[in-house]
Ligand binder design. Structure first.
Ligand code: SF4
Length: 407
């Protein structure tokens, strides 16, 4: 902990958070996250020296998220290699050779999946069962990923001439800031920076032509207004990045690329770019102020909190959003705070939810898991399972259920 870093007591054992300060640069996604809930932003990026040495709070990855990353990583590998080889187009014989040298689509995707799976090692929130289930399911979706990657690649427009932009290495004359201008041709994974705003973005594919910059971002989810907002911000970054774009070439097109289909987004003109810049400056000022405020502000709501990865660390969630289990329908998934009671069988414990008098739940735990009798806990991911024979409320745990002891 360095001077100025605030400590936040989460209430969970071994999980005091050392809060982050303002980042050197904001991005579209980090601004969006802090706007949604400053506390989620801060707790996700805080350090937890009593828990682990990794960055931020350990994240429990959803299969869909890892799958999206694998598709994106594979696209990045292929597009970078095709661009670096100076291929005339993605359909050219040279591009086919590049793909063959990479081992083909399936091999590229398998390697991306293995890298993502390797990144799960050392995560204290993943038990062996969950890790194996993610591995099995991800490997079972390689063919789906191949279909998606091929669909993106088939519509990618690549032109030769561009060289990968690197700090301090020139494909054109370096700008005074040491960054190289982007030359005509295609460029994969370009970082654009607006220094005066402290704003940065990474564009998947850029093609520089005489008419200006064609900006493409690959999207693995369904269409969303936020994709439009993001690409318009990239247009601003290209306009303001004096290193990559010293001649202030205009933006020629903005494309959100979905599997097998592209969506063209209208290019903002000068007055609109001015507005986008003002909005970005205001968002950054507000975001910095949120982080300077000491205790990060919580914005609890079922929409914000239901998929929040740090909700067990957030008292605002437990006091205002976590449901009363006795109000839920059978088979509902829920989180619950309370006291673990006595053991009632080989894998069954009584559980006393807080705020509910004289009623208890029976928790069925998976084989090999011991629940801490007499301790207050927060449990994420229980499932109600009504027993028609008795009037007892039963909740099932599975390999994804997590139990956190309150300090
Ligand atoms: S649980 Fe809700 S209020 Fe708390 S940090 Fe997460 S999103 Fe924010």
């Amino acid at each position: 902990m360095t001077t100025g870093q605030a400590r936040f007591e989460t209430g969970i054992e071994s999980s005091a958070a050392i809060l982050p300060g303002p980042p050197p640069h904001w991005s579209f996604s980090s601004l969006r996250e802090i706007r949604t809930c400053p506390r989620r932003y801060a707790l996700s990026r805080a350090s937890y020296p009593d828990l682990w040495e990794g960055p931020g709070y350990p994240h429990v990855p959803a299969l869909a998220t890892i799958f999206g990353h694998v598709v994106h990583d594979s696209l990045e590998t292929i597009v970078k290699a095709v661009v670096a080889a100076g291929c005339e187009s993605i359909q050219s014989p040279e591009a086919v050779t590049v793909l063959r040298e990479l081992g083909g689509y399936t091999r590229v995707i398998e390697r991306a999946a293995e890298r993502r799976l390797a990144g799960l090692h050392g995560n204290p929130r993943l038990n062996d069962d969950l890790r194996q289930s993610i591995q099995r399911n991800l490997r079972g979706r390689i063919a789906d990923a191949r279909v998606q990657v091929q669909a993106y690649i088939s519509s990618a427009v690549i032109t030769p001439g561009g060289k990968p932009p690197r700090e301090g290495r020139s494909s054109g004359a370096p700008s005074p800031g040491g960054r190289s201008p982007l030359l005509p041709g295609s460029h994969a994974e370009v970082t654009l920076t607006a220094s005066r705003l402290r704003l940065r973005g990474r564009v998947d594919l850029m093609r520089i032509t005489e008419s200006g910059a064609h900006i493409v971002d690959y999207k693995t989810g369904s269409e969303s207004p936020s994709h439009v907002e993001q690409l318009r911000l990239y247009a601003l970054l290209w306009t303001l990045d004096a290193g990559a774009n010293p001649d202030r070439r205009p933006v020629a097109s903005l494309t959100a690329a979905y599997p097998g289909r592209d969506t063209a987004i209208p290019v903002p003109g000068e007055p609109e770019l001015d507005d986008i810049e003002k909005q970005a400056a205001t968002s950054i000022e507000e975001a910095d102020a949120e982080l300077a405020a000491g205790e990060p502000r919580a914005i609890p709501s079922s929409q914000n909190c239901s998929n929040c990865d740090v909700r067990h660390l957030c008292d605002a969630y437990w006091s205002s959003v976590a449901p009363d289990p006795f109000d839920l329908p059978d088979q509902a998934k829920f989180d619950c705070q309370g006291m673990i009671g006595v053991r009632n069988g080989q894998r069954i414990w009584s559980f006393h939810p807080e705020g509910v008098t004289r009623r208890e739940i029976l928790i069925h735990a998976p084989t090999g898991l011991e629940l801490p009798t007499g301790r207050r806990v927060r449990v994420l991911g229980l499932r109600l399972n009504a027993d028609p024979e008795t009037r007892t409320t039963v909740a099932l745990m599975n390999s994804a259920t997590e139990v956190f002891q309150l300090a």
